[in-house]
Design a protein around this ligand. Structure first.
Ligand SMILES: CSC[C@H]1O[C@H](OP(=O)(O)O)[C@H](O)[C@@H]1O
Ligand SMILES: Nc1ncnc2[nH]cnc12
Length: 293
């Protein structure tokens, strides 16, 4: 199999605003046709692997989940040469056994968000990518192995339901999502995972449990103040996981077993003669591969 240089993208969620272990770190402002990403990218090396870090909510956690420019974030990662994208997120747990501090390597998502642009494509360039398997199993394997090696409690697989927020759920919603079989809840992995797939970036995420949302009979309903201690512990473990993950994945890569790097080959339905040139210009980073043939 052909090997290619790996550039590992890392999106840090609540509590993860920097990657202090990066060597030769350089801040890079990246402009995109979709607007500004949440923050400047930080590019550097971690255990011999090129890494690009982005704080999802920006420095100082200024952006609420529905104001994050997810398209700009993913486009900027692609533009910076990222080949594999991982993220970490704080989340609530719907299962007794998923105690605060557990990392859930989600493999499915339910998108309940309504207020966010969710696609790079539109009039003049229509494409429908598959989201049947939204997570790259090779990245998820490595994240799981990292957690195990570091003694971080981990569950491989799980369904992450994404709500708009910024409010937490009502008790009725919390019970409903549990009855749907969801494992964890958060406010950011959608449309992030959808856009990563459209940009042909293999994606995996660790949802780091901070609380039991509000379904639990004896644990108090989630409040930011109550989750800060767990958030701190999760932040430290996220940094340890990132370092181990970089080493484990290594500086070169082989294609994702899901064929994510060519996801658009079977997805674009607008024939060349009907495509909007302006739209194609905006898609230079996301889908430029298709236009160079
Ligand atoms: C601080 S609790 C709510 C907040 O935390 C999560 O953010 P992220 O996914 O970026 O870690 C959650 O989705 C909410 O945005
Ligand atoms: N219970 C919860 N609901 C939504 N997002 C969260 N992030 C952390 N805990 C959460």
């Amino acid at each position: 199999m052909t090997e290619q240089k790996r550039v590992l993208g890392f999106i840090g969620g609540s509590g993860v605003y920097s990657m202090d272990a990066l060597e030769d770190a350089q801040r890079r402002q990246v402009d995109t046709p979709w607007g500004a990403p949440s923050d400047a990218l930080t590019c550097g090396r971690l255990n011999g692997v090129e890494v690009v870090f982005l704080a999802r909510h920006g420095a100082g956690h200024k952006l609420p989940p529905s104001h994050i420019n997810y398209r700009a974030n993913i486009d900027a990662m692609k533009r910076a040469g990222v080949t594999d994208l991982v993220s970490v997120s704080a989340c609530g747990s719907f299962r007794e056994a998923l105690t605060p501090g557990t990392f859930v390597i989600a493999d499915q998502f339910i998108d309940r968000t309504t207020m966010r642009p969710k696609s790079f494509f539109g009039p003049g360039f229509v494409a429908h990518v598959s989201m049947a398997d939204p997570v790259c199993p090779a990245l998820a394997d490595a994240m799981e192995a990292s957690c195990e090696a570091l003694g971080v409690p981990v569950q491989r697989g799980g369904t992450y339901i994404c709500i708009d927020g910024p409010q937490f759920s009502s008790r009725a919603e919390s019970h409903l999502y549990r009855s749907w079989g969801c494992d964890v809840i958060g406010m950011t992995n959608m449309p992030e995972a959808k856009l990563a797939r459209e940009a042909e970036l293999p994606y995996a995420t660790a949802a780091m449990v901070t609380d039991y949302d509000c379904w639990h009979e004896t644990e108090g309903a989630v409040e930011v103040g109550l989750i800060l201690e767990t958030l701190k512990r999760n932040t430290a473990n996220a940094a340890r996981m990132a370092a181990d993950l970089a080493q484990r994945l290594g500086p070169t890569r082989t294609p994702s077993p899901l064929g994510v790097e060519t996801a658009l080959d079977m997805a674009v339905i607008t024939p060349e003669e009907a495509r909007d040139p302006e739209m194609m210009k905006r898609l230079d980073a996301v889908a430029g591969r298709l236009f160079k043939r």
